[in-house]
Design a protein around this ligand. Structure first.
Ligand code: COA
Length: 249
């Protein structure tokens, strides 16, 4: 979406082969350059190197989208100390690391927009999600802190909280698009539809555009009203087999 609106982009994550495939596909589809860089958001040195490479390639970074996340469904009893820390490290520390480095190396002097992709999990204490919910709560706090501290340098910081998005790990975790569980989930969303990936991209486009020039420090929920109604079933926790409730997303 950003390519279609004139941006060149850098995409960064741990698995270079997958990144390269995505970058090639994006460039072919849109005619805009997309540079893939291998980076673990948890490693400050890799983040600094990536930001240096991005600036040296494109001379500017106007938009940062913090989208790295790790998640799985499990009750806290099935969550090891390391599992909890891993999710906080990827989601929250990763968001902190990349934002801090890009702010200090570029946006501090040139302004920009930072988008933090977050989730509504902690609004009602979602079952099986203590790790991801606390990571996202901390990200939403960072959205406010960064917005206040960096506003005078013309940096806007906005969170976007999607809900069920078709074709993602969470969609698979609740059974996939052809399952009864999936259909039931969708029927419980006030707008009776899940998001497509492009709906999330449209929310990003709005937030980074001049149409949102007075918006900062806010988290926009873009989930069809789902957070108001979706199930938060405690039987997931209290069932005798709860410690087996574990699924990859
Ligand atoms: N349930 C409970 N614990 C889990 C788990 C699950 N489904 N998946 C991983 N963990 C635990 C691991 O057992 C490990 O803890 P341990 O050392 O005490 O055994 C810890 O989490 C770290 O896992 P590891 O795979 O070593 O870390 P990683 O940094 O390579 O990857 C994830 C972490 C979260 C990215 C990885 O588990 C994953 O691929 N998850 C699914 C994909 C995903 O998260 N997509 C994003 C959706 S928003």
């Amino acid at each position: 979406m950003l390519h279609r609106h004139g941006c060149t982009t850098v995409i960064a994550s741990r698995k270079f082969d997958r990144l390269k495939q995505s970058a090639d596909a994006l460039s072919i589809a849109t005619g805009q350059q997309c540079l893939p860089i291998q980076m673990d958001v948890r490693k400050p040195i890799e983040v600094m190197n990536t930001v240096d490479e991005a600036i040296s390639s494109f001379k500017r970074i106007d938009i940062l989208i913090n989208n790295a996340a790790g998640n799985f469904l499990t009750p806290t009893s099935g969550l090891s100390f390391n599992a909890y820390k891993t999710v906080l490290d990827i989601d929250t520390v990763g968001t902190f690391n990349v934002s801090k480095v890009i702010y200090e190396k570029y946006m501090q002097n040139h302004g920009g927009v930072i988008i933090n992709i977050t989730a509504t999990l902690y609004y009602r204490g979602q079952t099986l999600q203590a790790h991801a919910g606390s990571a996202k709560a901390a990200i939403d706090a960072l959205t406010k802190h960064f917005a206040v501290e960096w506003g005078p340098n013309n940096v806007r910081v906005i969170g976007i909280a999607p809900g069920l998005v078709a074709g993602t790990g969470f969609a698979m975790a609740i059974g996939g698009v052809d399952s009864d569980a999936y259909r039931e989930y969708v029927s419980g969303i006030p707008l009776h539809r899940e998001s497509a990936k492009v709906d999330v991209a449209h929310a990003v486009l709005f937030c980074v555009s001049p149409a949102a020039k007075m918006i900062t420090g806010h988290t926009l929920v873009a989930d069809g009203g789902s957070w108001l109604t979706f199930a938060n079933p405690v039987y997931n926790i209290i069932s005798p087999t709860a410690s087996n409730v574990k699924s990859k997303m």
